[in-house]
Design a protein around this ligand. Structure first.
Ligand code: SME
Length: 168
């Protein structure tokens, strides 16, 4: 069993640092892409409060295709440039959206979603995909959350082999 500890007296920034160390420990000893992506999604859902969706979309040509996630069933394919995820893929920049209903082109997968944070996943200069988080609270994600999740994604990238194959 892997136990995650959250120190309730720490600041949010310290909490992200402590969690990032535990994330690195969780992913250590395993470099499989799907395995680590699944663990990562669950880790975020388990440790970051007020989320209704946490997961990956991976880049396939000029589209994002749904990967491992926690939450309600979601849209499977998103072209680059469409919605918040597509914008993160196109620009390769984090998208932190205060109110998704005010974002032109937002793709509503879960009607409960009110704010969103999407971090591009880049390995060796190449876009692998995006990591997406939805919250039912407007303005859920601060700059501190953004920096914290970007540090989690950096841990995922360094802990994981990005090329994978199936034995078929
Ligand atoms: N809202 C996203 C689509 C993905 S779901 O939130 C899981 C978007 O606009 O790209």
């Amino acid at each position: 069993m892997f136990t995650i500890e959250v120190n309730t007296t720490s600041s949010l920034q310290e909490t992200y640092q402590e969690l990032n160390a535990q994330l690195a420990a969780l992913l250590s000893g395993e470099r499989d892409f799907i395995c680590n992506a699944a663990q990562f999604s669950a880790f975020v859902m388990q440790t970051v409060p007020d989320l209704n969706w946490s997961g990956f979309y991976f880049a396939r040509d000029e589209e994002l295709v749904l990967g491992p996630y926690m939450g309600k069933v979601a849209c499977t394919r998103i072209p680059f440039g469409r919605g918040v995820c597509g914008e993160a893929a196109k620009t390769q920049e984090t998208q932190r959206i205060e109110d998704v209903h005010a974002f032109d082109g937002h793709i509503a997968c879960d009607a409960a979603s009110a704010s969103e944070l999407v971090v591009p996943v880049i390995s060796q200069g190449k876009l692998i995909g995006v990591f997406d988080m939805d919250s039912p609270k407007v303005g859920r994600f601060t700059e501190v959350d953004q920096a914290g999740i970007e540090s989690f994604v950096a841990t995922f990238v360094s802990a994981t082999d990005m090329n994978w194959s199936f034995a078929v």
